[in-house]
Design a binder for this molecule. Sequence first.
Ligand code: PTT
Ligand code: SF4
Length: 610
Amino acid sequence: MFGWNGKFLRVNLSKEKAVATEYEAKIARRFLGGRGFAAKILWDELKPRIDPLSPENKLVFAAGPLTAFALPSSGKLVVAAKSPLTGGYGDGNIGTHVAVQMRKAGYDAVILEGKAKKPTVVLIQDRIVEFLDAKDLWGLNSFETEKKLRNIYGPASGIVCIGPAGENLVKFANIVSQEGRAGGRPGMGAVMGSKNVKAVVFIGSSELPAAYPKEMKEFGLDAYREVLTKPNYAFWKRQGTMMTIEWSNENSVLPTCNYSEGVFDKAETIGGFAMEKIKISNRGCPQCNMTCGNVVKGSDRKESELDYENVAMLGSNIGLGNLKQVAVLNRAADEFGLDTISLGNVLGFAMEASEKGLIKEKVQWGKFKETKTMIEDIAYRRGLGNILAEGVRSFAEKINDDAPRWAMHVKGLEISAYDCHTAPAMALAFATSCIGAHHKDAWVISWEVKTGRESYSEEKVDKVIELQRVRGGVFESLTVCRLPWIELGFELEWYVKFLHAATGLELTWDNLNWIADRTFNLIRAFWIREYGNDWTKSMDIPPARWFEEPLTKGPLKGASLNRTKYDVMLQNYYHKRGWDERGIPTKTTLQKLGLEDVANQLKKHVKLYE
Ligand code: PTT
Ligand code: SF4
């Protein structure tokens, strides 16, 4: 096989044994890599309805056939497991040297199984795997942990680790690398913590096998040059994703005070231009020449890496308009290993609940010191923090029957930073994303704002599906960063050329979309196998707030989603996906995608229509 290494490394933590296994070439052709591999492994190997924090769960690090080649932004990695936050399939994408080192060590995926008897660092050095005592690291934050390990294993090693939040099984703990890259929103850090794994260190030394190495090298050089010529390149380097704050506010989609509004009166003070004034450098993922991590100094003089989602969720969504203070909260999240999106979401919910007098604790909008303490309480599961650590769905269910109406999640995953009072396509994208409410699969909002906010047209449904294929399907499986394409207009045709040079296969975008649909349906099947007859179309409906509580501020004052029109849009989406009116793939759809075995298993859990 070219492009792929053809091997998975299976690491049994309970037995302290690791075995490299060859996988069949057809798995690579059918699922490509990254998310595709993770979905296939978790579907095949997890028993239905296991406890996600038990040794029966598996944590998968998976790369794709382009990862780690000398191509723009190819230092990305998918981390996946059954999610403790949602109870369904969960994954995240992290830019890290681990992506490069794991592939150079000879593996396309590493599967952590079982549970280590004591806190452990797993060291994977080419073929040798060691299980090292991590008692001196347990309790340290993610920055301290990585620093200590890097001092031992050197600057080129790839290291992923968890902070105290992962150790304490906070349901939205994520995995951190390189002081500011973080991934695995739906609790992948908690899964790692449940396995007693503090860190995984990767060191690899082999060459990746390309079908056409000469072309690969030439394409890579051309592509890196091409990125530099893109008109938006200079501005991107200045602001990266932070440019979205002003855009979101202008277009009434900046989540504000628990998504009750889409405009924030202090947006300018936390926006891209305000960030530029305190920016000290750029950081980024390996293999990338458009490094977009904005490093600033917070009010505590410590460095913090800012992105749009982090600032929107820990700024406007909790009513905090001081960017240097937002930077401190963001750094705290990275150190503890807490997902910033879910964190800002549960904090916003707690602030609203406190304002409404529904909880006895006083948690006020925009109060920096109190919020910082609350973040610590979440990471260490103290007091109210212990309840917030379970995620917004669980917290809301404990308050009263009305609270779930304004708990901003879908399928248990907290919504990322776009308010959808007047964005039906983006609402549909959140509602049907395959890990819960994430913008990763179909970030349709910028297209929707340009095309027309009010409509619930068929064109919007088509656009959501198109983006789910390209972004959630192809980029997550290749596994490379999608930002060169989205932000700079780096053409999609490059990826077909890269794939040919890497694998020797002549794949068209039609082929790739087909593979994307296969993975998407497999993940859908995973969710349905978990939920069984409890699965209804309500799983694909965004929170009631967006339908029932119109915006009270800004140019779109009075606007809200229309439930009847949304329902029609959702049924149209199901129809185009080949799913029944409950949102369950039909037998025919699964068969067409070559997933007959999945259909056979699924029908043991729910009724499948033809
Ligand atoms: C992603 C989600 C995002 S999406 C952001 S900011 W964004 C938040 N970042 C966090 C963080 O930082 N620290 C923290 N403790 N928690 C965080 N949670 C949030 O996680 C990230 C970039 C960004 S910045 C985006 S959009 C793109 N995402 C990609 C993707 O998903 N796939 C892909 N093929 N390419 C992508 N490129 C971009 O990568 P999740 P990173 Mg991330 C500090 O984790 O779970 O996928 O959720 O990985 O290396 O930090 O790069 O405005
Ligand atoms: Fe990482 Fe940003 Fe480069 Fe993408 S563009 S690879 S997120 S640094």
